[in-house]
Design a protein around this ligand. Structure first.
Ligand SMILES: C[S@@+](CC[C@H](N)C(=O)[O-])C[C@H]1O[C@@H](n2cnc3c(N)ncnc32)[C@H](O)[C@@H]1O
Length: 220
């Protein structure tokens, strides 16, 4: 009996020493802030300046929705305001989607590319403001996804007009997730009236808790 006690003691100290620096979310490998590659980026690279400084919870709502409503394999996906690109990486990994992430702040891209490399997928990136994305550019995509991109008052009109251009360009499906910030709700109301969008409450409990709404446009 005393011998067994010793083993337990050893095991628990081993667990403490090897604290995980990665975790999984919907099949995507995420690096925690303790991971050496994240620490190196935080030390050496320019810091993101428009809130693209972590994986935000709304990306989990998109992954959960897509898991229940999977897109076609190999579809062309554009993520708007991609930040660290969790939903982009999920689409590339799970559905072999050809994904482009656009963000106004190119300081987010090293974090996205680091995670893409750890997940063995490719995601293209482009630095661009929503206001500058043209209808012609949007014609190249089957689906648009975006998580938590409507957080300032002036973004409500900017995002609404971008969705209008995407509908005109013939993008088949648009999914925008948000924790129900008021500019998002204002923008959504306009989309419900103009593009027959649906606004659905959505929440996930695991692997982390997140809740909000999904604005979904089927543009067929
Ligand atoms: C709250 S973060 C969300 C990031 C990511 N979608 C996520 O869920 O983790 C908002 C992102 O939108 C980008 N962004 C904000 N305003 C923008 C604009 N006008 N044009 C393009 N990107 C913008 C920011 O740089 C930032 O990466």
């Amino acid at each position: 009996m005393p011998a067994q006690k010793d083993v337990r003691k050893k095991n628990s100290s081993a667990t403490t020493k090897t604290k995980a620096t990665t975790r999984m979310a919907y099949g995507v490998k995420l690096l925690t802030s303790q991971h050496k590659d994240i620490r190196k980026l935080k030390r050496d690279a320019e810091a993101p300046s428009i809130h693209g400084n972590k994986f935000w919870g709304s990306s989990y709502l998109i992954m959960d929705y897509l898991q229940k409503n999977p897109p076609q394999k190999g579809c062309r996906v554009l993520e708007l305001g991609c930040g660290w690109g969790l939903a982009s990486i999920y689409c590339a990994k799970k559905y072999k989607a050809k994904v482009t992430g656009i963000d106004a702040d190119d300081a987010v891209f090293p974090y996205l590319q680091l995670h893409a490399a750890h997940n063995d997928v490719e995601v293209k990136t482009k630095k661009q403001y929503f206001e500058k994305i043209t209808t012609k550019q949007l014609e190249k995509y089957d689906m648009i996804i975006a998580a938590d991109i409507c957080f300032w008052d002036d973004l409500a009109d900017i995002v609404y007009k971008l969705i209008r251009r995407a509908c005109k360009a013939g993008v088949g499906k648009i999914i925008i997730a948000d924790p129900q910030r008021s500019p998002f709700l204002e923008m959504s109301e306009r989309c419900v009236n103009k593009f027959y969008a649906e606004l659905e409450p959505w929440s996930v409990k695991k692997p982390r808790s997140a809740s909000g709404s999904l604005l979904i446009i089927e543009n067929n």
